[in-house]
Design a binder for this molecule. Structure first.
Ligand SMILES: [Ca+2]
Ligand SMILES: [Ca+2]
Ligand SMILES: [Ca+2]
Length: 381
């Protein structure tokens, strides 16, 4: 009978394999290794090997994770495991704790546990580094100085204090040009500051605990000179023969997005020699030191006519034996003008006829003519 059973089991094993051993062997506890062994007396025995060996851990010392858009993250065992093994089989892997939020920014100790199918387990202390990096959304490739810009970023936790910096990356400088502190926001309206040198920049966002940061896409800051608008003017010389202009008389609304630092006009002073059309240059400099010029015309006019007061009438005797007079000294007229004297002339002859009364003098007398340097004239008898 025993021989018969043995024969049946050997045949059974050969045909169906170990898994198909009789029910009493197949239902051995999980992790039990069952194999047929032939003993000296030709009997089949069932040998049980109990799994007392815990899994062999292979894991990271530190796992780095980022908070999601809901400001939390669940760490999976796969983010820590590097291929842990077990002689029989792994049943479960656990990370405890496995859920992190904004209050866990930085290093967090966790326990990584691997359990085999027999209930043996191995554990390791692991650090989970939680951060919430900023991802700045793209902005345009080029921004003009002083241009308004909307900066938006993902990441970070609500309520964080943010340092927003404008960083020049080419030509490289080590310091952020501008730092603004922003509370509790993921968007910020800003303006490219004035006096920013042209170059490649990027925005840099950093949370005040310095653990979380993010860069935006590089963009070029371009400086542009002002828009210069002029107007032409007509200007009279004053009583001293001088005309001065100010930038306000030539400027016709020049502007710059950053604001204007200074305006000059040259030349700004005119004299009698400038009567006519003159070209002036208006130069406008913005707050960033960018300069642009434009010209205008200043037409100088001399509206002040010269004044002449003829010398007093004179009565002289005729030359001896003659009815005329020669070598008459007429005197000097009194003249005035804002510009210089071009000429003082009279139409008196060298030989004066005889006039018997003053009415002849009034009707027949001679005139003085005075011309100023700007071609104005005055005449007096
Ligand atoms: Ca095991
Ligand atoms: Ca400008
Ligand atoms: Ca004059």
């Amino acid at each position: 009978m025993r021989i018969l059973l043995t024969t049946v089991m050997i045949i059974f094993s050969l045909v169906y394999g170990v898994d198909a051993l009789p029910k009493s062997a197949a239902n051995l506890p999980l992790g039990t290794e069952a194999k047929p062994i032939q003993s000296a007396d030709n009997f089949i025995q069932l040998s049980q090997v109990i799994d007392n060996t815990p899994p062999i851990l292979r894991n990271r010392d530190t796992a780095y994770v980022q908070l999601g858009s809901n400001d939390s993250v669940i760490v999976s065992p796969a983010q820590i495991d590097l291929g842990s093994t077990d002689d029989v089989g792994i049943d479960t892997m656990l990370v405890t704790p496995n859920t992190f939020t904004c209050s866990n920014i930085g290093f967090n100790p966790v326990v990584f546990t691997v359990r085999d199918t027999s209930g043996n387990s191995s554990s390791a202390n692991v650090m989970v580094y939680v951060n919430s990096p900023f991802v700045l959304t793209d902005i345009v490739d080029t921004l003009e100085e002083c241009a308004p810009v909307t900066i938006q970023w993902l990441g970070g936790c609500s309520g964080w204090n943010i340092d927003l910096s404008l960083v020049r990356i080419s030509p490289f400088i080590t310091q952020a040009l501008v730092v603004e502190k922003i509370a509790n926001s993921r968007t910020h309206q800003w303006q490219i500051p004035p006096k920013v040198p042209e170059g490649l920049y990027q925005f840099y966002v950093q949370e005040s605990n310095k653990l979380n940061w993010g860069y935006g896409k590089p963009f070029y800051v371009k400086n542009t000179p002002p828009t210069v608008i002029t107007k032409n003017i007509v200007l009279p010389l004053d009583a001293q023969g001088v005309a001065k202009i100010t930038v306000g008389q030539i400027d016709n609304g020049s502007n710059d997005i950053c604001g204007i630092d200074s305006m000059t006009v040259t030349p700004d002073s005119f004299g009698c020699s400038s009567v006519g059309v003159n070209t002036v240059t208006l130069s406008v400099t913005d707050l960033n030191g960018n300069k642009r010029i434009a010209t205008a015309t200043v037409t100088i006019v001399d509206t002040q006519v010269p004044l002449i007061t003829a010398p007093a009438n004179i009565s002289i005797p005729t030359d001896n034996g003659s009815s005329t007079a020669t070598n008459v000294v007429l005197g000097t007229p009194v003249t005035s003008d804002n510009c210089s004297i071009a000429s003082v002339t009279n139409d008196a002859p060298t030989v004066f006829p005889y006039w018997s009364n003053s009415s002849d003098v009034d009707s027949e007398g001679y005139s003085w003519q005075y011309n100023d340097s700007t071609a104005n004239s005055d005449g007096r008898r």
